[in-house]
Write a protein that binds this ligand. Structure first.
Ligand code: NAG
Ligand code: NAG
Ligand code: NAG
Ligand code: NAG
Length: 382
């Protein structure tokens, strides 16, 4: 029995099981009537496995809508190459998504034919879940697996909490970022496990007041602010806090990356990492202002993205390569006010010991650092 106050209209989706597909019309209809309801209402997708095609559930709605996904929805084959999204929740105030269910992007076939890391001739693949322009939203107890592209993309959000999510794809799956965000203020990501083939969390331009706590990341490419500076109309990034997280077997750990010869001059400020455990993480702490994959930029022109008020404190564990800490700042705009607290990173490989490199930055040191701060000769970024 589901109990709600009498004001709450309960919309239990009657699934018309047409060969185990969710009837898109039935889902849209349930959503539309929930959205039109003057009091808070709820749509339940029950236990079971259903195919679901590309769908956009957008407001504005008259009152908050809650969607409870109990079952597993699988991306219908139609939404493969050339499409940019699978499920969109957009333009709502007070939206909730929960229920313990699973979004299965069925990426396996698509990854093999469409690896954008290896070739430029690749079609866009759909992002599994898009949260567009949500205000005061709560996303809880949801699993996303095998997205064809990013698992979750948050754009234009204001005050959105993501709690107890599970996001999984194989380590070798391309571009399967866990949570990517941009142009958003007040995102919280809590108690979440992310293991994919790309960044666990990637922070795009215009992100403000992001709080990441108790997230376990790996395998994958770690937690990344940027890349910043690739496009002309980018916005500043500020107020990023990553605390009490564990990174395991990732290719990078805590990373800030900006393009040289950037297309814009923005500032990324107030970015803090604290209480981080590393387990065999390559490049555990990395500021890279010469980020230029596939040589798509002019490396001679220094990055014009300013990095200000940044700290790494209580970061400890093991590195997967000797580059334990690399702070490679822009020679045009040296990093300002970088604080390094207690750091204890070990590397046991034959080419060791671990190094700590600094370029165009004079970090303020607090507590103790191992390896010794700014002691290593500077080698190029990746
Ligand atoms: C943020 O959203 C949550 C969930 O809707 C709400 O309970 C909370 O009051 C909101 N916070 C602010 C500052 O608006
Ligand atoms: C991390 O968690 C520990 C144990 O719960 C707590 O003492 C510590 O204050 C937390 N770190 C931060 C930065 O909140
Ligand atoms: C950096 O921190 C200082 C001291 O807290 C503050 O005055 C300044 O406004 C900050 N700069 C930016 C760009 O956030
Ligand atoms: C550490 O990571 C490297 C790859 O970065 C891998 O080759 C190695 O097997 C890992 N070692 C352990 C002990 O997990």
């Amino acid at each position: 029995m589901l109990r709600y106050s009498p004001l709450v209209l309960l919309q239990v989706l009657t699934l018309l099981r047409v060969s185990h597909c969710i009837d898109m019309q039935a889902l849209l209809k349930a959503f539309t009537s929930a959205c039109q309801s003057p009091s808070p209402s709820k749509v339940v997708i029950p236990k079971g496995e259903f195919k679901l095609g590309e769908i956009e559930l957008r407001g504005p709605c008259k009152a908050p809508v809650e969607i409870t996904l109990q079952g597993t929805v699988k991306a219908d084959g139609n939404s493969i190459a050339g499409r940019e999204k699978w499920v969109v929740f957009g333009n709502m105030n007070g939206f909730k998504l929960n229920g313990g269910g699973v979004f299965d992007g069925e990426g396996n076939a698509a990854w093999r034919t469409n690896n954008c890391h290896k070739t430029f001739e690749c079609k866009k693949l759909p992002i599994s879940i898009r949260f567009d322009f949500l205000v005061n939203a709560e996303i809880r107890d949801i699993t996303s697996i095998d997205a064809k592209n990013f698992h979750i993309n948050v754009l234009g959000a204001k005050n959105i909490t993501m709690d107890n999510l599970k996001i999984f794809a194989p380590a070798e799956s391309p571009n399967t970022d866990g949570i990517h965000m941009g142009r958003s203020d007040g995102i919280k990501i809590l108690n979440t496990k992310i293991a994919t083939g790309d960044d666990c969390i990637s922070v795009g331009d215009g992100t403000k007041n992001l709080h990441v706590e108790k997230v376990t990341c790996g395998p994958g490419h770690g937690i990344s602010v940027g890349s910043l500076g690739r496009y002309v109309h980018e916005q500043d990034v500020s107020g990023i806090r990553v605390i009490n997280c564990t990174l395991e077997q990732t290719d990078n750990g805590l990373r800030i990356k900006t393009w040289p010869s950037a297309a814009c001059s923005t500032t990324a400020s107030d970015i803090h990492f604290q209480d981080i455990i590393l387990k065999n993480v390559s490049n555990p702490i990395l500021i890279d202002q010469e980020y230029c994959p596939w040589n798509q930029c002019n490396k001679q022109k220094p990055s014009t993205i300013k990095l200000v008020n940044i700290s790494f404190k209580k970061v400890r564990g093991t590195s997967g390569n000797k580059d334990a800490v690399k702070l490679l700042c822009s020679k045009g705009y040296p990093c300002q006010n970088v604080e390094i607290g207690d750091i204890d990173i070990k590397y046991n490989g034959a080419d060791g010991p671990a190094t700590f490199q600094c370029s165009n930055v004079s970090p303020k040191l607090l507590g103790s650092q191992s390896p010794k701060a700014c002691s290593g000769p500077v080698t190029k970024a990746l």
